[in-house]
Design a protein. Structure first.
Length: 337
């Protein structure tokens, strides 16, 4: 079977990560970055063609199957829509966009073009996440009462300097850039958020970022569950914890570690999780670490979907729901702060 042909828009750190997996499972045909030297360097490494503008790539390349969007958050919507309207499948990095209305427009563009719009959801592939999701779906924990989500990471001054990060227009906020994968799991496990009460503040990044570095929220889901989320990028020197604790009538379980990569606690009636397989390492970006590196699994799933001829509308819809929840948290914080 012929390899799926890809292009990458955005040749920064995450773009380099995508290129590795595309090279392993498909064919990287073209790359694009407004900093043309970055595009040239990546193109030389993978024998692909460099472009400085997305329009130039779209006008020149007709045999690409998928375009991977690895640009700043604020560009995801417009670039995805343009690529879909040009007749290509799209894989967009998290967050899908910075507002729900843009997400809906992206989904409409995909439907009109009869193309797939995939959104990166890498934490779903963590071994303990998969195991706990299956246990909840099978009813092993009984009725779920409440959930606690903790996101305690470190992002220092150097992370935000001389870049789009930290700006409202291109970054959007800590929940978009650092913790949208955690919000995705909240929705994937338990469904939508009905009401939320949130507070946010900026304690350690004054004059550096245009939004919060810390927040806390209490929410009620549409199924009646209550939960909390506490997030910060002020963990001293390094990432401390990314955890999800679930309290049910038949058991309690905590997925923890720094990146939701360890099963830290289990006490469940007539059930026990087996030893977890080792997951991938966290994304290492040199001066900081991100979530677990599961983009290989993202690409394998994407390729399988495209080769089957299927259109996966659920993927983009769930990306939209993540953005809706983040917006609800920020809207509440704006009202209550």
């Amino acid at each position: 079977m012929q390899k799926i042909r890809f292009a990458i828009i955005g040749c920064g750190k995450i773009g380099l990560r995508h290129a590795q997996h595309i090279h392993a499972y498909g064919e990287l045909v073209a790359v694009c970055d407004i900093v043309f030297d970055k595009a040239i360097a990546l193109a030389e490494k993978y024998q692909s063609k460099p472009y400085k503008t997305l329009e130039g790539l779209l006008n020149d390349q007709k045999n690409i199957d998928v375009i991977s969007i690895c640009t700043p958050n604020g560009l995801h919507a417009a670039q995805s829509i343009l690529c879909l309207q040009s007749g290509f499948h799209v894989l967009v990095e998290k967050p899908m966009a910075l507002c729900a209305d843009d997400c809906k427009t992206m989904i409409t563009a995909a439907e009109n073009a009869d193309k797939n719009l995939f959104v990166v959801k890498q934490n779903r592939f963590n071994p303990p996440v998969i195991a706990v999701k299956e246990a909840i779906d099978k009813g092993s924990l009984g009725k779920i009462y409440n959930v606690q989500l903790n996101c305690f990471w470190n992002r220092g001054i150097a992370y935000y300097q001389d870049t789009w990060r930290g700006t409202k227009e291109m970054d959007g906020g800590s929940l978009f850039t650092q913790f949208s994968h955690f919000i995705d799991l909240l929705y994937w496990f338990f469904g939508d958020v009905a009401t939320v009460y949130a507070l946010t503040d900026n304690y350690a990044h004054q004059q550096i970022i245009e939004f919060e570095d810390t927040g806390a929220a209490v929410f009620k889901l549409t199924n009646g569950m209550i939960g909390t989320i506490h997030f910060t990028v002020n963990s001293f020197k390094k990432n401390m914890e990314g955890s999800l604790t679930v309290f049910g009538e038949k058991g309690t379980v905590k997925i923890g570690g720094q990146y939701l990569n360890q099963l830290e606690y289990q006490c469940i009636e007539s059930f026990n999780f087996d030893v977890m397989p080792e997951g991938n390492a966290a994304n290492d970006y040199g001066t900081y670490f991100g979530s677990m590196s599961n983009h290989d699994k993202e690409y394998l799933q994407l390729i399988e979907t495209i080769q089957s001829g299927n259109i996966n509308t659920l993927n983009a819809f769930e990306g939209l729901k993540t953005i809706e929840i983040i917006q609800k948290i920020y809207q509440s914080a704006k009202q209550l702060n």
